[in-house]
Design a protein around this ligand. Structure first.
Ligand SMILES: O=P(O)(O)OC[C@H]1O[C@H](O)[C@H](O)[C@@H](O)[C@@H]1O
Length: 635
């Protein structure tokens, strides 16, 4: 390792482990910020120069990769894929999860350089810090211990000197006890009926992970058998249409509501929780709430103030980030209610298997480390801004939306952990749809437009097996034929020479040419069940962490979501005041002219609406009580 690189390791390790250093750097940054004058661009440049030493981009490992881009530009995946040994070497496997990254624009030399970059950026030290409960989320002064939520009972993981694993298992035991009682009809609703339907009210990390796992499991035949006669729904958006859809057709007498919110302050969740509480009260009376509403939160005080019995609250901890919380009660309570606790145990075991691998396997054999480095290479060196997540498995339909939050909220940052503006792009734009649907939608752009690295994910055994007489392959084979074909179409492409040989008219040759050389990686699972879903989740979570570690970010805070929330609070107050005063906004209200005009248009439009019955507000006539009538000022 070069001296500049080892210097960077030391620097990184120091800024990582010592709160004092972080503070000093922050102060410097603040001082620098005050100095920011004429243009923020110039100020950023000043900051970058002053802090250059702490950016990974100043290391020899980074620069060597930059230089190496020229070598890679001379290659084409069409040729690289002819190399038998390269194909053999660029695969990885752990506990049944098989990854082939031979279709990435890398050689073995690239990989060596990437592993060196990981060492230079202190990835190993950061993994260790994470698993040992260090307060590595320094802007919130919190440990980052979602791995503890799936740790086996015997494991010891200390936060501030005390082992948190027993607390994790106390909550899991409580979830098992409660979900067993609901499922076997011991815990019944206010009118004595069993609670067969569960509505989870929560958003962001308190929604996307559980939805992803539920979607993955619901068509697995064995898990479906465990869920027979039961319903699990989610209510996330504050849009009343989502309320209507989530409650449509449900009977409050048989419905259990789980309010999931880490903070128990999220505006959307709390309004939805109050709305659903009203739906229960209107049908069954106030006293029904304790039987029909439970909560998952780190803020048990607010849970109790909301009117949910703290005995019916399932705790988690501030060292579990919202987007990393599916293995806590956030996901385990809804999933245990739907599928039984044993399914949750399988899921947690799968996640833990990948966690242990991540913590212990050498970099060259480490799936999350290798995939994280490849993504870093694509983003920071090959200039690919986006990534497509393309499961050839309908049950993984909610993987992309979940990873959007995990990855983009974690690594969509403009400064490093010590506040230094980065001089390289971070994060990537994630999107995706299950194949083959995507093929008939946005793949055109991926094949002939922009270069977007793709993750192809397939399974060997389908959750549903259909084999029609007379067909040469099964329905699942047909799906997987596309999984194999698309990756090669992207990598190999089609040349004008090949087209001419097929007698393609000259005028069409440019249109029908596929340049190829478009990177992808393929992940194959033996099947999709609770265990492998846990593995996949952990693989993606840690891959994101590795990228953040290399880029020097704090991947575990999300300050970028705050400003919009604050502005919405102001708009809410303005809307309320103007309606009460019967006035429109003017320039004295302090909004820019564009917003002022739009708000006025909205208020005028709303004022003209006539709501005759509450069902005009709640389209499916779901909520039918005095408290839900529109304010008189609407009419
Ligand atoms: O679980 P809650 O506290 O209600 O938070 C729900 C969501 O709120 C915010 O939007 C955060 O950016 C997310 O990370 C979080 O998952």
């Amino acid at each position: 390792m070069s001296s500049s690189a080892s210097g960077a390791v030391l620097k990184n390790a120091t800024s990582f482990f010592s709160a004092k250093t972080i503070k000093t750097n922050k102060n410097n940054t603040l001082k620098n910020k005050k100095r920011m004058k004429p243009s923020s661009k110039a100020a950023t440049a000043v900051l970058q120069t002053e802090h250059k030493g702490s950016l990974i981009s100043s290391t020899s490992e980074w620069n060597s990769l930059k230089e190496h881009v020229k070598d890679i530009e001379k290659t084409h995946l069409r040729d690289l894929l002819k190399d038998y040994n390269r194909c053999e070497n660029l695969t990885l496997e752990h506990d049944g999860v098989y990854v082939d990254y031979a279709r990435q624009r890398v050689t073995e030399e690239t990989m060596e350089k990437l592993y060196a970059l990981a060492r230079a950026s202190g990835v190993k030290e950061k993994i260790n810090a994470m698993f040992s409960g260090e307060a590595m989320n320094s802007t919130e002064n919190r440990a980052v211990l979602h791995v503890a939520t799936r740790a086996p009972r015997s494991k010891v993981i200390n936060v501030d000197g005390s082992n948190v694993v027993p607390d994790v298992h106390d909550v899991l035991d409580k979830i098992k006890d409660f979900s067993d009682r609901v499922r076997n009809g011991e815990w019944v609703g206010h009118t004595g009926l069993p609670l067969t339907d569960v509505v989870c009210v929560g958003i962001g990390g308190s929604f996307l992970g559980p939805l992803f796992v539920h979607t993955a499991l619901k068509t697995n035949q064995s898990h479906a058998a465990d869920a027979q006669g039961r319903n699990l729904r989610f209510l996330a958006n504050v849009d009343p249409v989502d309320v209507a859809r989530a409650l449509n057709g449900l009977n409050p007498e048989t419905t259990l509501v789980v309010v999931v919110s880490k903070t128990f302050t999220t505006a959307e969740t709390m309004l939805n929780a109050r709305t659903v509480r009203q739906w229960i009260i209107a049908a069954l009376g106030k006293e029904a709430v304790s039987k029909h509403m439970v909560a998952v939160s780190t803020n048990l005080k607010l849970v109790s103030e909301f009117g949910i019995d703290p005995k019916n609250a399932f705790a988690f901890w501030d060292w579990v980030g919202g987007r990393y919380s599916v293995c806590s009660a956030v996901g385990m309570l809804p999933l245990a209610l739907q599928y039984g606790f044993e399914t949750c145990e399988q899921f947690l075991k799968g996640a833990w298997s990948m966690d242990e691998h991540f913590a212990t396997a050498e970099f060259e054999k480490n799936l999350p480390v290798t995939l994280g480095l490849i993504s870093t290479w694509n983003v920071s060196f090959l200039g690919c801004d986006a990534r497509a997540i393309l499961p050839y498995c309908q049950a993984l339909a909610k993987l992309a939306p979940h990873i959007q939050q995990v990855a983009m909220e974690s690594n969509g940052k403009g400064v490093t952990i010590d506040g230094t503006p980065v001089d390289y792009p971070t994060g990537e734009i994630d999107f995706g749809e299950p194949g083959t649907n995507g093929q008939h939608s946005f793949y055109q752009l991926i094949h002939q437009g922009r270069v977007i690295p793709c993750d192809f994910i397939g399974v060997i055994k389908s959750q549903q097996s259909v084999y029609l007489k007379g067909e040469i392959v099964s329905n699942h084979d047909e799906l997987m034929c596309n999984f194999f074909a698309q990756a090669d179409a992207l990598a190999v492409g089609k040349t004008p020479v090949e087209l001419r040989a097929e007698n393609c008219p000259d005028t069409l040759i440019p249109h029908k040419t596929f340049t190829g050389n478009r990177p992808s990686l393929s992940i194959m699972l033996p099947e999709l069940n609770a265990y492998t879903t846990g593995q996949l989740l952990s693989l993606y979570e840690h891959r994101v962490a590795v990228q953040g570690f290399v880029w020097g970010l704090n991947s575990f805070d999300q300050w970028g979501v705050e400003l919009g929330k604050v502005l919405a609070t102001r708009v809410r107050a303005t809307m309320h005041d103007k309606r009460n005063e019967g006035k429109m906004l003017d320039s004295s209200d302090g909004y820019n002219h564009s917003t002022e005009r739009m708000l006025n248009r909205y208020l005028q439009g709303k004022a003209q609406l006539k709501y005759d019955t509450p069902s005009d507000v709640f389209p499916c006539d779901l909520i039918n009580s005095e408290e839900c009538r529109p304010p008189s000022s609407y009419a």
